[in-house]
Design a protein around this ligand. Structure first.
Ligand SMILES: Nc1nc2c(c(=O)[nH]1)N[C@H]1C(S)=C(S)[C@@H](COP(=O)(O)O)O[C@H]1N2
Ligand SMILES: [Mo]
Length: 428
């Protein structure tokens, strides 16, 4: 739809062709963005035969594995250059500003590797369980496929998501401030099933999970969590994991920081105490104002963000009906409510959840407003089933200070201007 059409007033009157006759005027006020059919300037897209209707389109076997149409080529992962010194030990961001619904397509889901993505075939894949178990075991990929399967949807959020925003509003776009997250439907085997096969000894209280890549990304995880809901997943959104997400199998740790979701998982050792690996001491701990660091901050607290409008998704249609939408999630369970403010937190309206919140999965929210064309300070604030309410930036800083990188779940503000553009700002 062109801007020209959007601004034109509906015109009643004679039509050159019967099918152009204007339908009910009520329709025009209900959907202000839609243009009533017009008699004085027939739309060539309606009245003229188009190229795509003149010839055959592509055959069904033109592309064996489909990719998005070229008009969507800007819906891609992006880097923040100053964060990406080298790409093999780095991160990119999910284009959450351009997606809707809750499932993240693997093709645009963010990636984080500490030593690059490795190519590991199913034939070469082995998963070892050892340590404090009755029978140390090694599974091949084919073995994993013979255990009872589960299919469950969860978000993965890197602990560093929004980590660049502690000291002030910095990155201009939801993709960059909140895009270290994805949400997929995983199919795999419960880790409890495999550990029962090996038989955990009574002294077993922790596990060390290791990946097959050079970094190995070793992490200690309490046995209780492992036996509760952790999975070895081999499918995401119905198909094999992409190489970059850990093909052929990765660990799923619902609600807990992304770093624990070990990719290319190759070994699980049961022990009686944590291993204090690099990834849980010098990294993935949170330094407070007094210099003391918190550790074992595994759970990703409740958080939300308006994905549109936002700096990369400005309002282009002028005043009138506006769909405000975003995502909410909690590592402690299901999202129960999301509030949206357009005045920087003075007044709040309850948003509509696209579907009831699911535990440790992304929840989509919508608020349909009639935008008066004035600037807005747009925020969202979520609540989870534990009664927890997402904190403001000031509230979070009061407790955590400014030295942190990880676990920033504060309320985000977009300053939407009268021209529809938006900027990352802070309000206090
Ligand atoms: N083996 C291995 N597992 C890993 C990593 C890694 O570098 N190697 N990176 C971790 C980090 S920090 C995150 S945030 C997630 C990212 O998962 P993704 O690349 O599928 O988005 O994987 C985690 N698991
Ligand atoms: Mo991460």
């Amino acid at each position: 739809m062109s801007d020209e059409h959007n601004t034109q007033e509906p015109v009643m009157g004679t039509t050159r062709r019967g099918f152009l006759r204007q339908t009910a005027v009520a329709g025009a006020s209900l959907v202000a963005g839609a243009t009533a059919a017009q008699a004085n300037s027939p739309d060539p897209l309606i009245v003229e035969q188009q190229d795509w209707a003149r010839e055959f389109g592509d055959g069904v076997d033109a592309v064996p594995y489909g990719l998005p149409i070229r008009f969507e080529s800007d819906v891609v992962r992006r880097n923040v250059e100053w964060l990406t010194a080298d790409t093999t030990s780095s991160i990119n961001f999910t284009p959450i500003h351009a997606l809707d619904g809750t499932i993240t397509p693997q093709g645009c889901a963010f990636e984080r590797h500490h030593s690059g993505a490795i190519e590991l075939s199913k034939a070469d894949y082995r998963l070892m369980i050892n340590g404090l178990v009755d029978t140390p075991l090694v599974f091949t990929y084919a073995d994993l496929e013979r255990f009872p399967r589960e299919t469950r949807t969860y978000f993965l959020e890197c602990a560093a998501n929004t980590g660049m925003e502690w000291a002030g509003a910095q990155l201009n776009g939801a993709q960059f401030t909140h895009g270290m997250i994805h949400n997929m439907e995983y199919t795999g085997v419960m880790l409890s099933t495999l550990l029962k096969e090996a038989g955990v000894k009574p002294e077993g209280k922790w596990v060390l999970v290791e990946g097959a890549d050079a970094s190995s990304n070793g992490r200690s995880i309490p046995l209780e969590k492992i036996m509760d809901d952790c999975m070895i997943a081999f499918k995401a959104n119905g198909e094999a994991l992409r190489k970059e997400h850990g093909y052929p199998a990765r660990l799923i740790v619902p609600g807990w920081e992304g770093n624990m979701w070990v990719k290319w998982v190759r070994r699980i050792e049961v022990g009686d105490q944590p291993w204090e690996t690099r990834e849980e001491t010098s990294k993935y701990t949170d330094t407070l104002a007094n210099g003391v660091s918190r550790k074992w901050t595994w759970v990703m607290d409740a958080k939300s963000v308006v994905t549109s409008p936002s700096p990369q998704a400005p309002i282009t249609h002028g005043q009138g009906p506006l769909v405000i939408t975003g995502l909410a999630w909690s590592g402690n369970g299901a999202i129960t409510r999301v509030d949206v403010t357009t005045d920087g937190g003075k007044t709040w309206k309850e948003a509509r959840l696209a579907a009831p919140g699911q535990k440790m999965a992304l929840t989509r929210f919508y608020l349909d407003i009639n935008w008066d064309g004035q600037e807005m300070l747009l925020q969202s604030r979520c609540h989870d089933e534990t009664g927890y309410v997402q904190p403001t930036k000031d509230q979070l800083r009061e407790v955590r200070g400014l030295n942190s990188i990880y676990h920033n779940n504060c309320i985000q503000t977009w300053w939407v201007k009268a021209d529809g553009s938006a900027e990352n700002v802070e309000v206090s």
